[in-house]
Each structure stands twice: as C-alpha cells, then as structure tokens.
Design a binder for this molecule. Structure first.
Ligand code: ACM
Length: 511
C-alpha cells in the first residue's frame, strides 16, 4: 500500500502513470537555501542505498539523466502554514515545493516514505527503486506536534537522543520536549549552581548510572533538531519533583537541610520552599536557572513543570508558580506548564497548559486547563490514557530486563488503535480547536533503561499522535484505523532499515 504517515491533507495516486525511477543518474536539485535540505536528504539516501547522490544548485545538463532528479524548490504557496508543501512525482522526477525550508523538509519526509526502504529490497538492485506517480498537497492541522523524553528516570546520551530525533522527524514531529530535572536527577549544566549536576546528576532510578548534558551537549541536540526543523522544549520541573536540586543545595529547603539523593519511582514528596527566609536563595535559583537555560534555547518555549506538587501547601504552590513563571517569562520565552498551573490566576501572557489528564477529565483537570485558556493561553493535549508512551502495549513481551516495558496506571495497556482513536478538540469543555496549540506524546522512563527500550515504547504509538496532530480532523468524527494501521505497517521496513525498534506485540497477537 502506498501511504504516508501522517496522512497528507490531499493525496492523489495515479496508478496508471509511469513512476519516478531512482536510477543511476539520481541527483537532487536544490537551489539557494534549499541546498542544506538537499544535502541532508542526500546523506540519508547515501546511508540507505550506498549511492552518492549529488546535490546541484541548478538542473544539470549532462551527463546525468535529467529525468532522475529530485527537485526541492522554494516558491510561494497559497497556504498559511510555514510547514505546507506540495510533492509531485512523475516519470520526469520528484518535485517538492514549499514557501519555507521547514515546509521543504516536511515534504522530503513524505518522499522518503514513498521511496522503498533498503531492507525491503535486499534482492533488488537499487536501480529498480521507484516512487509511484502521485500528487500531494499538504499542511498540518496543528502548529505543535511533540514528543517528550524523560532523561531523568534514566539518562540517555547525546548520540542516543540524536538517533531518536531522526526517527521522530520522519513523522513530521516538530517539537522535542526534554524533561531535564526531577526528583531522581538534574540533567542540565547550570554554571552558577554547579552542584545541581555535581551532586544532583549522580542518581537515576534503581541505582542506574546518572549523567547530565553539558551546555555544549545541549546545544548539539538543539542544533541537530533545528536542522530537522524541530524545536527543543526544555523542562525544568518545579516546584515539586525537585529532590535532586534539594539534595544539591540545602538553602533551597525550608529547614535548610539538604535532602538525600533519591533513586525511587514514587513522586509528590519534594518541594521548593515558599518560606520568606528562603526567598532570596529560591528567587536567585529561579532567575539563574531560567536565564542559563534560556540562553542555550533558541526556541520560544520554557517548560516549568508544575505537576504533582503534593508536598507544596496550596498557598505556597500559588506563590511559587507565580514566581517561577515570572522568572521564566522574564527571559522572553513563553511559559509552558502541566495543567495544574491553571490553579494560578497570575500566569504570564500566553502561558500554555499541557493537559495530561484522561480523555474524560479527572477531578478538576478540565477546569484548570480551561482557566489557562481564559487567561489568553493555549493548550497542548497529552491525554495520559491515550498519548502517554510509557503506558504498556497490550501483550508486550518481557524484555531482557525480565519484565514487560511500560506502566499501566493510565488505564493501560494502550493499544495502537486506542492511541489513534481520539479527538483533541473534544476533551476539555471550553478548549476547542482554536485554543489547542497541538498534541504531544510524552515518554516517562521509570521502566525504560536503554535507547532500544525508548524506541520500542515510542514506535508505533507516536505515529498515531503525530497523525492526530498533523492530519485533518475526520469529517464524521471517527478515524479510519484500518487505513492508518496499513500505512503504519508500511513504515516497518523503514524502521527496520534504520535500525529503529518498534513494538509488534499487537500484530503478533493478531497472528
Ligand atoms: C505527569 O505525568 N506528571 C505530567
């Protein structure tokens, strides 16, 4: 089946027309600023085919076969989204058009999916590669399509993170949220508070090795993501989830005594102090951390957490959220927080709530989320019982660690079909299409030890959330799961070729 994930806004296959042959003379024409996207595509095709694919600024005359070209062209498109693109494939070549480099890059992701994956053609000479004749007109539904990696419960190296960024880019994900601090560790260098990593980075869950990103590491991740038109969203989780910071600096604790470093998985026991005698240290900590993180973050967002602050008295929580969000906003960034921050009526302009309750809002989650919208903010939808990537897949087998990966607290297990069968605009009363910035699939890593484990939990369910974020809302309110599942099955060969792990437990169970 010829398919693209996420499904494009419009796709017209012309089965009777001659296909594009990716033959010996294959080359890429990419004028001007399109050239770096052409170079990226050429590097991928070299890795996939073993063939050098030259990149030209203008169409070559000879000796190459002029009909074997991929053209990446920047042209005005009649589409509001800067990620919009068109893709026209015929026996004359493959042409991607967009009005911005980001749109061009998204278009190359569709083209990559239409090219056979090398693993699927081990017997076929690469000269036989073809792309079916097709016309695609595409633009995203939501501006924000994210994935989150918790690098605290378990830590992942820069190279592992880059590998994941490549794999999620294929699904047109455009935000990569790094959960950088929590009870079990502090994972980002802060020069003015060196013990945050000196002491706070040494731990991880269950005695696993800790670790942290130097600023240079973080910049490398940011730049690698930016080349793929993905914005990194750093999260400093406050005022709860702070045991690592509280173990590093006694003056952040209400009693002035450093906490013991923590390797467990239970949360909700730690808090910054709102006590007046701690205000100087706490506000200096907030200002320094926000400033230093903002300095290495070119993207517009700073995520300040705000979730599960069960050890923070309510009045203190409101006071601390006001101070935390003010410190974050003073860097010029737009603040994102988990939906609990909606308890505060004093959020900076434009603050975004990330909703993580269920498809049916639990307790006051809906009210808190709607409150952020009433203040002029927007919402990222991450309903835990469908979009959380840490929840087990049905029938997931035990891994070499001796257990099935993932947790089951959010009404788990979560099937691929469940991950696909929801509608972001229908969940929180008062939070409709216009109030929704987008969707995000978070991966918490309590049980997830290695990058292979990460990929196994992320794929294929991220494809479902990516499609909900990119593709048009279903007209009749229901999504065609069979069509989606068939297109996802088409990705398996690409994941195999890239060495990306994915869960097939449901397929295995279905026989
Ligand atoms: C969360 O899952 N505590 C945001």
């Amino acid at each position: 089946m010829t398919g693209i994930v996420p499904a494009p806004a419009r796709i017209e296959l012309r089965p009777a027309a001659a296909p594009f042959r990716f033959s010996e003379g294959a080359h890429i024409v990419a004028p001007g600023t399109a050239k770096r996207i052409g170079a990226l595509l050429a590097a991928e095709l070299l890795a996939a085919t073993g063939r050098e694919v030259p990149v030209f600024e203008t169409a070559p005359v000879s000796p190459v076969d002029r009909s074997a070209g991929i053209s990446l062209l920047l042209r005005p498109l009649d589409e509001a989204s800067e990620e919009a693109y068109t893709l026209d494939v015929s026996d004359q070549g493959a042409v991607v058009t967009a009005s911005t480099p980001a749109g061009l890059y998204r278009g190359t992701r569709s083209l990559r999916q239409l090219l056979p994956a090398p693993a699927s053609r081990v017997d076929a000479p690469s000269a036989a590669w073809t792309v079916p004749a097709v016309t695609v007109r595409d633009a995203p539904r939501f501006a924000y399509r994210g994935v989150m990696l918790d690098v605290v419960r378990h830590f992942f190296s820069v190279d592992e993170v880059l590998r994941l960024i490549d794999a999620v880019a294929m699904l047109k994900v455009n935000h990569f949220h790094l959960h950088l601090t929590d009870d079990q560790g502090w994972r980002i260098q802060i020069d003015s508070w060196p013990e945050l990593t000196g002491i706070g980075a040494s731990t991880a869950v269950g005695g696993a090795p800790g670790g942290f990103y130097t600023k240079a590491d973080f910049v490398r991740i940011v730049e690698y993501a930016a080349e793929r038109f993905i914005t990194v969203v750093p999260e400093i989780d406050l005022p709860g989830h702070t045991c690592a910071a509280l173990s590093a600096y006694p003056e952040l604790n209400h009693d002035g005594i450093a906490r013991t470093p923590y390797e467990g998985v239970e949360v909700g026991f730690s808090s910054l102090s709102a006590a007046p005698e701690r205000a100087e240290a706490t506000d200096r900590f907030l200002a320094d951390v926000m400033r230093e993180v903002a300095e290495i973050t070119p993207g517009p967002w700073l995520h300040i957490g705000g979730d599960e602050s069960w050890a923070t008295p309510e009045a203190d929580y409101l006071d601390l959220v006001r101070r935390i969000t003010a410190a974050a906003a003073s860097t010029g960034k737009t603040v994102i927080g988990w939906h609990e921050i909606g308890a505060s009526g004093a959020l900076p302009t434009g603050t975004v709530a990330q909703y993580w309750s269920y498809l049916v809002p639990q307790e006051n989650a809906g009210v808190l989320t709607a409150s952020v919208v009433e203040l002029g903010g927007r919402v990222i939808m991450s309903p835990a019982d469908t979009a959380y990537l840490d929840i087990q897949y049905p029938g997931a087998p035990a891994t070499p660690h001796g257990y099935a990966l993932g947790l089951d607290w959010a009404d788990g297990p979560t099937s691929l079909e469940a991950a696909y069968s929801w509608e972001p605009a229908g969940i929180v009363p008062g939070v409709g299409e216009d109030a929704i910035l987008g969707v995000e699939a978070p991966l918490w890593t309590e049980t997830v030890l290695t990058i292979d484990d990460v990929e196994f939990m992320v794929f294929p369910r991220l494809a479902a959330v990516a499609e909900i974020g990119w593709s048009a809302a279903p007209g009749d309110g229901t999504r065609d799961y069979a069509d989606f599942a068939a297109r996802v099955a088409g990705l398996h060969a690409h994941w195999d070729a890239a060495g990306t792990r994915y869960c097939t437990a449901e397929l295995d169970a279905a026989g």
